[in-house]
Design a protein around this ligand. Structure first.
Ligand code: NOJ
Ligand code: MG
Length: 569
């Protein structure tokens, strides 16, 4: 993808700031951050839904794996119409997940284990159950309460048509018409996601004040940072003009065409919000961070989210989408290192999260379904499991050798595949409902993870309940099936993280090595040489001691779909 340097306004950054930022040794510059999806990590009370005490009880497994920090997806009060990304109270814990005291216990346990703790912040929209929205409905058109959200009159003779043509990321119209208190058909409100997720009006200073208070609440409770949901969507273009996106825009509404900025994504006004948040975080001791979930391309534009006075990191979804192809992986690595360092930020790397097809399946999809935006039993081009797993192990071994900060999603260290065969009636993602089953959505990557091969619900709990059914062939993926087995994916991750720490790869650099051919990613980071073969023809290995290999090597050649780390002289 071409880089557009002009979108990084270098003049905004003074050289002294850049140097200071560049040489920083803050923990997050090199951290490996593990995403816990609370619904599906560990369930202490057996109701089939993971919870905070469950996470606390299993946290030592993550310290043992060797990660530096944990990011928790939302556990706040919520009707769970979008799995908690529909928040009804930002400063409390949903009873399904526990209590604030349970959060404090989790926080304390993380500290004891030496793990940082990042929480999710969902500022683009609230739940329609939130008191602020309910008050807005009751207060009527023109009220200060309605001004918290994006209410507009409809078009057409009687206001029966939506205010504009915007579509929800989850499918269908991005507007819903309400019934006013007197029973008449009323105004419409904007929801870029589900109709239960009304968008705030971030031009309203009242909204800004509420969120500064929410940040303070969690900072005072000792969190090390926030992953900021939809950090590209909070400001909408004035006038809310019609817009028709290109057919292939990404699953989270990303994939911005160069030059075409949708009126609801990546508007310049978002940056002053993040500057005010950064200023608040900077008043707290101890390197607290903001991480942008911003589906913004090209990377040079995304770099604006991590300028020295804005956020600390942004998820590198361009890397996630680079596929299992050496030229594309190398291009994205080069671009990432260049654009993020130009603003003094570390690059991040990510291959999986709760919104995309798990990379042990995604990287095995065939050409019929290259994107893998939600797969199910009737999808074309379904992956071969062994191929997908081999590529996932090889891709993870590339990612964990790169300088910067890497994000892991729970279960990828077990090599978990996407749960493809979920029955239709079990699915819960609003995408599935809003597209009448045309798009499977994200349930397949959200199934509760296996801990113990022989226990009920694979040790997710003791009751055997599970909010999404677990496939019956997951015993070999369970943590206890893999522990201590050198060939397992779990031990591969553990080794990679230990070597990453030992050789300080997170603060290293990438020096490309030539001569391995177009299908090979070959580079040195310090004394570690990494060779990844994305093709089918075996490649000759360099001389040096083998540190790690994603396949058992049989002679001096590296087969396809495999990665090796060698200690160079
Ligand atoms: C991104 C989150 O990761 C996703 O799960 C959620 O559905 C949307 N934002 C809306 O909050
Ligand atoms: Mg539970």
């Amino acid at each position: 993808m071409p880089l557009d340097e002009s979108t990084v306004p270098a003049s905004d950054i003074s050289p002294s700031e850049l140097i200071a930022a560049d040489t920083g040794s803050e923990w997050w510059r090199t951290a490996v951050i593990y995403q816990v999806y609370p619904r599906s990590f560990a369930d202490s009370d057996g109701d089939g839904m993971g919870d905070l005490p469950g996470i606390t009880s299993r946290l030592s497994a993550l310290a043992d794996l060797g990660v530096d920090a944990v990011w928790l997806s939302p556990f706040y009060t919520s009707p769970q119409r979008d799995a908690g990304y529909d928040v009804a109270d930002y400063c409390d814990v949903d009873p399904r997940f526990g209590t604030l005291a349970d959060f404090d216990a989790l926080r304390a346990k993380a500290t004891e284990l030496g793990l940082r703790l990042v929480v999710d912040l969902v500022p683009n929209h609230s739940s329609s159950d939130h008191r602020w929205f309910q008050e807005a409905l009751a207060a009527g058109p023109g009220s200060t309460e309605r001004a918290r959200y994006l209410f507009r009159d409809g078009t057409g003779a009687d206001g029966e048509l939506p205010p504009n043509n915007w579509q929800s990321v989850f499918g269908g119209e991005a507007w819903t018409r309400i019934t006013e208190a007197d029973g008449t058909p009323g105004q419409w409100y904007l929801h870029l996601f589900d109709s239960s997720q009304p968008d705030f009006d971030w031009q309203n200073p009242w909204v800004r004040e509420q969120f500064l208070d929410i940040l303070r609440f969690w900072l005072d409770r000792g969190v090390d940072g926030f992953r900021v949901d939809v950090a590209h969507g909070m400001i909408k273009k004035p006038g809310l003009p019609d817009y028709t996106p290109p057919a292939d825009s990404g699953s989270m509404g990303g994939g911005l065409e160069e030059g075409a900025t949708p009126p609801y994504w990546a508007q310049d006004g978002v940056h002053e919000i993040y500057r005010s948040w950064r200023a608040l975080l900077d008043t707290y001791a101890g390197d607290r961070i903001l991480v942008a979930e911003a589906w913004v391309e090209p990377l040079s534009k995304l770099a604006n989210w991590v300028r020295p006075d804005e956020m600390h990191q942004a998820f590198n979804f361009t890397y996630l989408e680079s596929g299992w192809s050496a030229p594309s992986i190398k291009r994205v690595i080069d671009a990432s290192l260049e654009v993020f360092s130009s603003v003094g930020a570390p690059s991040t790397w990510v291959l999986s999260n709760h919104d995309v097809v798990r990379h042990a399946s995604r990287l095995g999809l065939t050409a019929d379904n290259p994107q893998g935006a939600g797969i199910g039993p009737r999808s074309p081009g379904l992956p071969d499991r062994a191929v997908g797993l081999a590529r996932a192990r090889a891709a993870s071994a590339v990612m964990l050798a790169l300088p910067g900060s890497a994000y892991l999603y729970q279960g990828e260290e077990l090599g978990l595949p996407e749960a493809i065969d979920l029955p239709d009636e079990a699915r819960q993602d609003p995408t599935w409902f809003r597209t009448n089953g045309e798009r499977y959505g994200r349930d397949g990557c959200r199934v509760p993870i296996p801990w113990e091969a022989a226990s009920p619900a694979y040790g997710f709990n003791t009751s055997g309940e599970s909010w999404l059914p677990q496939p019956d062939d997951w015993a070999p993926y369970a943590r206890d099936s893999q522990t201590g087995k050198p060939a397992s994916t779990l031990e591969l991750y553990r080794l990679a993280l230990a070597l990453r720490a030992e050789f300080d790869l997170g603060s290293g650099s990438v020096e490309w090595l030539d001569g391995y051919g177009a299908d090979v990613v070959a580079f040195r980071n310090g004394v570690v040489t990494v060779i990844a073969n994305t093709g089918t023809v075996p490649v000759e290995l360099p001389i040096g001691d083998e540190l790690l290999a994603t396949v058992e090597l049989d002679g001096p050649a590296l087969p396809g779909d495999a990665t090796v780390w060698v200690r160079s002289a």
